[in-house]
Design a protein around this ligand. Structure first.
Ligand code: F6P
Length: 344
C-alpha cells in the first residue's frame, strides 16, 4: 500500500450527506492507518493551502448534520491565476498521496482534468440535482425530494381550502429530477421540467379539464430550469459563477401569472429555494454517503485513481471520472410518462 495520507474536499453547492461522507472517509482511513487532511472551501483550500487535520474527534457528531464541516466554494482552479500550478505544488507541500474530491459535475470536472495531469484523485458524487452520469443516485437528492414533497403536501391543504392553483418552483438546474420525484410523491396535477419545453396552452387546457370534473384546486410543480416553448430558461441574475453556471429562478412566477390570466383561477406561487439543500440528511442519504466514503478509501488503498464511486442498482461500484462528467443525466422519460398519467 502506497497511500499514507489522504486529502478530502467538498466543492460546489452544499447538500445533505457531505458530513456523513467526510466522517466515513476519515473513519475508514484512520482504521487503515492512513492520516486525513481536510481541505477547506473546495478547490480554493488547496490553491491557498487552507487545511485542517481530521481525526476521530473532528468527525464525531456530524453524521446527522447538513452542510459541510469543511466549507465549500465554487472556485475553479482552471479559472484561477496559476490555479492548477498551485494545486499541483500544494499537493506535494501537503504530502498528499491521494485526494478525494466530493462534488458535482463542476468539481468533479476539475478533478477529472487534474487526474489527467497526474494527480492521484478519486471522486465522490454529490448534488441534490441528481444529474451526474454513471450513478443511479447522488446523495442529497433523496433529502431534497423529501423536503419538496412535504412542501407540496402542505400546499395541497391550503390550495384545497382556497380553491386555488398553487405553483411551486423547485431546484434542479438543468434536470428535472427533484421536480419529477417530488411531483409524483406529492400528487402534482402538472409537472414542468427543463427536459420538456412548456406549452402553456396545453397546461391551461389540462387544468381547466380538471376543474370541469369537479376539482377546484391544482398543484403545479415547476423545475427552476423549465422553459416556455421557444424561450430560454429564466434567470434570477445575469451573472455566472466560477464554473460558468447561470443563476436560475423566476419561471414559477411567470407560469403562475400566465395560468391565472388564461384560466381565471386564483393562483399563488411558492419558490422553495435553498431549504431543499439545507438541514439534516435523510436516512437513505446518510447510508449512501457512508457507503460512498468507505468505497472511496478502498479505491485509494488499491491505488485505483481517476475513478468516481457510484451506485448501480444496490451495489457501490466505480466509473472513470471522465465518463461521469460533461454529460448531464437528465430525467428518464419513462418516469415522466408515469407522472403524466396523473396530470389534469
Ligand atoms: O446544484 C445545486 C443547486 O442547488 C441547483 O439546484 C441550483 O440551481 C443551484 O445549486 C443554486 O446555486 P447557488 O447555491 O449558487 O444559489
Amino acid at each position: 500500500m502506497s497511500v499514507k495520507k489522504i486529502g478530502v474536499l467538498t466543492g460546489g453547492g452544499d447538500c445533505p450527506g457531505l458530513n456523513p461522507t467526510i466522517r466515513a472517509i476519515t473513519r475508514k482511513a484512520l482504521s487503515e492507518g492512513i492520516s486525513v487532511v481536510g481541505i477547506l472551501n473546495g478547490w480554493q483550500g488547496i490553491v491557498e493551502q487552507n487545511t485542517v487535520d481530521l481525526d476521530l474527534k473532528s468527525v464525531s457528531g456530524i453524521l446527522h448534520k447538513g452542510g459541510t464541516i469543511l466549507g465549500t466554494s465554487r472556485t475553479n482552479p482552471y479559472k484561477n491565476e496559476k490555479g492548477v500550478e498551485k494545486v499541483k505544488k500544494n499537493f506535494k507541500v501537503l504530502k498528499l498521496d491521494a485526494l478525494i474530491a466530493i462534488g458535482g459535475d463542476d468539481t468533479l470536472g476539475a478533478a477529472s482534468k487534474l487526474y489527467a495531469e497526474g494527480l492521484n484523485i478519486i471522486g465522490v458524487p454529490k448534488t441534490i440535482d441528481n444529474d451526474l452520469s454513471c450513478t443511479d443516485f447522488t446523495f442529497g437528492f433523496d433529502t431534497a425530494v423529501n423536503v419538496a414533497t412535504e412542501a407540496i403536501d402542505r400546499l395541497h391543504t391550503t390550495a384545497e381550502s382556497h380553491h386555488r392553483i398553487m405553483v411551486v418552483e423547485i431546484m434542479g438546474r438543468h434536470a428535472g429530477w427533484i421536480a419529477t420525484y417530488a411531483g409524483i410523491a406529492g400528487g402534482a396535477d402538472m409537472i414542468l421540467i427543463p427536459e420538456v419545453p412548456v406549452d402553456i396552452n396545453e397546461v391551461c387546457k389540462s387544468l381547466k379539464k380538471r376543474h370541469k370534473r369537479g376539482k377546484d384546486f391544482s398543484i403545479v410543480v415547476v423545475a427552476e430550469g423549465a422553459k416556455l416553448k421557444g424561450e430560454n430558461p429564466v434567470l434570477k441574475k445575469n451573472a455566472k459563477d466560477a464554473f460558468g453556471n447561470v443563476l436560475l429562478g423566476g419561471i414559477g412566477h411567470i407560469i403562475g401569472k400566465k395560468l391565472e390570466e388564461a384560466t381565471g383561477f386564483e393562483t399563488r406561487v411558492t419558490v422553495l429555494g435553498h431549504v431543499q439543500r439545507g438541514g439534516t440528511p435523510s436516512a437513505f442519504d446518510r447510508v449512501l454517503a457512508t457507503r460512498f466514503g468507505v468505497k472511496a478509501v478502498e479505491l485509494a488503498l488499491k491505488d485505483d485513481f481517476g475513478q468516481m464511486v457510484a451506485l448501480k442498482g444496490n451495489k457501490i461500484v466505480s466509473a472513470p471520472l471522465k465518463s461521469a462528467v460533461g454529460t448531464l443525466k437528465t430525467v428518464d422519460m419513462k418516469l415522466y410518462e408515469i407522472a403524466k398519467i396523473f396530470f389534469g
